[in-house]
Design a protein around this ligand. Structure first.
Ligand code: PLP
Length: 427
């Protein structure tokens, strides 16, 4: 059955029936929900900003604390999972979520740091080809990063940054407009770098088409999957971008400020000529501890590591990835389409001219987030949500982002949220 053909009903009974049939319903119990002063769970719809804490995180971190306490430095080689190889224990589960091969992914650093490291390797401007294409409403950190890279190479962002923007009076980007940019400037573009999905509108861009388009014109292609990882099917290996970066604290629930992830396509796995910033942890494991050799990069994404990783944070990521692996990403995505479809249906049922969903209607062109524009609203609307027991998020000037995370949200959450939205609009 096509997701678009689901017949929804506007009732609590329907929401409860969907929950009863949901194969992932038990996963909710694996997370800590924030509670109000009376001990009631908040309705948490903010996984796009910070995912909830999986209950197994504590045990995974405790285990490494115990190793450290009991065997100290020996933990590097004698912990249950030796710390020198700890990152490898995350690769398979991480790769499954983004549709990559384990050697193509690495958990390291943080998102913006990884974006810079990837641009060191994949943004190699020349006088003839020095432009970067991004979406006009890219996340600020991404804009700062690309502009500083352009300047670092001695070029001017005014000339070397091309914005893919929505048409007059619209919010979403058209692929055809990106195509037109590439037709016009293709031989000057060094890198196409897009956030996917867009953090503000929730629009998911067609990754395969964009990757093929960039490559056809001789550019490198990278994606920032901060809002995509754990949310959309990225299928990175088949899609074929040169790199991708993401954080793990949003939909992947690994904790505030936690580590980032990075994908480098297999085609670059053995290329030792690629410029990169290097550190000892990117050196081949077999000879890393000989210490006096010239840098010899490890195969694949591992070769971009700089430092020995923070094991306590890695343990939190590992815990969270295990929850995802148990649920299976395909199942998560399937539920997500139905859950967000229900949210969309209920908002449309409110039938109020002041509200407008700017996220694409087609489930294939979005993840779980809906961005709801509320005419003449200000931040007091958001405060009203908090008072009504709902945690979602507010983006200036007038957008509420609501992200039902399929791993821990249910149909009843979505139903309750829209009941309270209706009340807020009536007041
Ligand atoms: C959340 C987010 C960031 C945040 O970057 P950090 O380096 O993790 O602080 C950057 N870019 C995008 C697109 C994001 O959604």
């Amino acid at each position: 059955m096509q997701d678009t053909q689901i017949l929804y009903q506007n009732s609590l009974a329907f929401a409860k029936a969907c929950d009863a049939q949901d194969p992932l319903r038990s996963f909710r119990e694996k997370f800590h929900f924030p509670k109000d002063a009376d001990g009631n769970n908040y309705i948490y719809l903010c996984g796009n900003s910070l995912g909830l804490q999986p209950k197994n995180v504590q045990e995974f971190i405790q285990k490494e604390l115990d190793h450290w306490a009991k065997i100290g430095v020996e933990g590097h080689f004698k912990a249950d999972i030796p710390w020198t190889e700890y990152h490898r224990a995350l690769s398979k589960n991480m790769a499954d979520i983004v549709g990559a091969k384990p050697d193509e992914v690495i958990i390291m650093n943080t998102l913006t740091t990884n974006l810079h490291l990837m641009m060191v390797s994949f943004y190699r401007p020349t006088p003839k080809r020095n432009k970067i294409v991004i979406e006009s409403d890219a996340f600020p950190s991404d804009i700062y990063a690309v502009k500083s890279q352009i300047k670092h190479h001695g070029y001017d962002p005014e000339e070397s940054l091309i914005l893919w923007q929505p048409r007059e009076g619209e919010y979403l980007n058209h692929y055809e407009d990106l195509e037109a940019i590439m037709e016009q400037h293709g031989d000057e573009v060094a890198l196409v770098m897009l956030g996917n999905t867009n953090y503000y509108t929730g629009q998911k861009y067609p990754m395969k088409k964009i990757t093929d388009l960039g490559h056809k014109h001789g550019a490198m292609v990278g994606f920032d999957l901060a809002h995509g990882v754990g949310n959309i099917d990225a299928d990175l290996h088949e899609t074929g971008p040169d790199f991708a970066v993401w954080c793990t604290y949003k939909y992947l629930n690994s904790g505030p400020g936690s580590l980032g992830g990075c994908f480098v396509h297999e085609r670059h796995a053995e290329n030792k000529e690629i410029q990169r910033f290097t550190g000892w942890w990117g050196h081949k494991l077999e000879t890393r501890f000989n210490m006096r050799l010239d840098f010899d990069p490890a195969y694949g994404a591992d070769g971009w590591q700089l430092s020995n990783p923070p094991i306590l944070s890695m343990a939190a990521v590992r815990a969270s990835l295990e929850v995802f692996a148990e649920a299976g990403f395909k199942n998560i995505r399937k539920k997500s389409k139905k859950l967000t479809g229900f949210l969309e249906f209920l908002i449309n049922e409110i039938n109020d001219d002041r509200i407008n969903i700017i996220t694409p209607k087609n489930p294939e062109e979005r993840g779980c987030q809906l961005s709801i524009q509320v005419k003449d609203a200000d931040k007091s609307m958001f405060d009203g949500f908090m008072e009504a027991g709902i945690i979602c998020d507010w983006r200036e000037p007038d957008v509420i982002r609501v992200a039902p995370a399929p791993i821990y949200n249910n149909f009843e959450d979505v139903y309750e949220m829209t009941v309270r939205l209706r009340e807020l609009l009536n007041n």
